[in-house]
Design a protein around this ligand. Structure first.
Ligand SMILES: NC(=O)c1ccc[n+]([C@@H]2O[C@H](COP(=O)([O-])OP(=O)(O)OC[C@H]3O[C@@H](n4cnc5c(N)ncnc54)[C@H](O)[C@@H]3O)[C@@H](O)[C@H]2O)c1
Length: 167
């Protein structure tokens, strides 16, 4: 297993680690428990990934005593919206997620972008972990630190200057 440290000098607490390896999902619980984070996690995932990996991830995390609940939404780019974000935030509230909780983005770029955006606004920001399940998410969206949801009028845009359409 390889470990890569990404240092963001502006705000030291923004630095994060990236773990890369074969069958690394099985070691996820160990890696998370070593972080010393609170024991309560909410795994955000889409319906496709949930069906393929959801139960396994819950079992892996549960095996080390981490408390994890799964929240899923219908897969697809159209769901990467402020509406889905609001629905998930309300479900987090209902389930008692607080500032000691952390989110796990289990899925492709859509889940990753949406979960990271949600983590950045929920209770003024809570930690999140990316568990990317598509090649695109593994090599790009999960590691760059950009987060977003789409507006109906425009897909996420990332130009040289802040875009009024980016949410
Ligand atoms: N934040 C960034 O820097 C950044 C960079 C690049 C792309 N993105 C965003 O990423 C998104 C695209 O990501 P994507 O291509 O991963 O799409 P996606 O997340 O929609 O996943 C594509 C499909 O594959 C399914 N899927 C995911 N993992 C799977 C698995 N292991 N096995 C079977 N099916 C699986 C999903 O349910 C979905 O139906 C776009 O919204 C794009 O804007 C963000």
């Amino acid at each position: 297993m390889n470990r890569l440290q990404v240092n963001l000098n502006r705000v030291s607490s923004s630095s994060y680690e990236v773990f890369i390896g074969h069958q690394i999902m099985d070691r996820m619980a160990l890696l998370l428990s070593r972080k010393g984070w609170p024991r309560r996690y909410f795994a955000i995932t889409d319906s496709n990934v949930s069906a393929l990996h959801g139960e396994r991830v819950l079992a892996i995390l549960g095996s080390l005593g981490l408390q994890v609940e799964k929240l899923e939404f219908e897969g697809g780019e159209a769901r990467k919206s402020i509406h889905t974000c609001t629905v998930l935030a309300e479900r987090l509230m209902e389930q008692g997620a607080d500032r000691t909780s952390a989110l796990i983005a289990l899925g492709g770029g859509v889940v990753g972008d949406l979960t990271a955006f949600l983590a950045s606004i929920y209770m003024r920001g809570i930690p999140h972990v990316q568990v990317p399940t598509t090649i695109l998410a593994q090599v790009d969206s999960s590691i760059g630190g950009k987060t977003a949801v789409d507006l109906p009028a425009a897909k996420t845009s990332w130009g040289p200057s802040p875009s009024p359409r980016r949410c």
